[in-house]
Design a protein around this ligand. Structure first.
Ligand SMILES: [Fe+2]
Length: 256
């Protein structure tokens, strides 16, 4: 859970990224868009289930900020290893990261995630949120791109592709872009792969922060000196010793 101060600071980082990286006429439009929906977006979770990631108030903005930071760091790694960095701009990278999950907000009138009303699901499954049935279905990338265009915020071909495919091959709908065998059908930029890596990295870290402490507390027996190799060695030795009848031999092998 985040404190009110953390939620406020995260919103500051979120809008600062727009000020710093987005240029031209769409900068004010994007700032205006996020001002309009500020109350909803600042307290949105990143997912409706605890099993996913950042399913708590303010989780969405915290996740998006982490994706922006990871995307910039991933970009440096790709550049150092020789990727062609002339195929996209830093603005395209950050714009795609800022807006990659925008479709999670729902539509103009209604939020996608609302507080869970089923007490059993809340208590037993830990679902603090549920999908709002007032919002007609659309995939997260489709809805995000629709929200941008319906507010007059232009995006480039690279940004469209990166937002559309940010879930990588976890979403079968991306096969047509990411599983192409013909060179001319493959993306002409590494941007979609960099954004996907950043998103996956952020979601994994958020999962670890939520769940690993719970596992540590509930499975104490695995904690100390447990390795597959160690376990196999010990059990083989024990088995061999149990088959020896001579105490002298047992003592001799036991010392090995
Ligand atoms: Fe994401």
């Amino acid at each position: 859970m985040l404190t009110a101060e953390q939620i406020q600071a995260n919103w500051g980082e979120f809008t600062e990224n727009i000020h710093k990286y987005i240029t031209g006429g769409r900068k004010e439009k994007l700032l205006g868009f996020y001002r309009k929906y500020e109350e909803r977006i600042t307290i949105m979770p990143a997912a409706h289930k605890k099993e996913y990631h950042n399913s708590f108030p303010g989780g969405y903005v915290e996740h998006v900020n982490r994706v922006v930071r990871c995307a910039i760091k991933q970009c440096q790694l790709w550049e150092e290893e020789g990727a062609d960095m002339t195929t996209f701009t830093v603005e395209e990278l950050v714009f795609s990261a800022i807006n990659h999950d925008l479709g999670k907000m729902g539509n103009e009138e209604h939020e996608s995630y609302i507080p869970q009303t089923d007490k059993w699901r809340k208590d037993k499954l830990g679902e603090d949120y549920m999908f709002n049935k007032q919002v007609p279905f659309a995939s997260v990338p489709d809805r995000g791109l629709f929200m941008l265009q319906s507010h007059g915020i232009r995006y480039s071909f690279n940004e469209m592709l990166a937002i559309q495919t940010h879930d990588g091959l976890y979403d079968e709908a991306n096969n047509k872009y990411l599983k192409a065998f013909m060179p001319e059908q493959k993306p002409r930029t590494s941007l979609p792969f960099i954004l996907h890596q950043a998103d996956m990295m952020a979601a994994r870290i958020e999962f670890e922060r939520e769940w690993l402490p719970k596992f540590k507390n509930s499975v104490p027996t695995q904690a100390e000196n447990f390795t597959l190799t160690g376990k196999a060695k010990k059990s083989t030795k024990d088995k061999a010793l149990s088959q020896l009848e001579s105490k002298g031999l047992k003592d001799l092998f036991d010392k090995l």
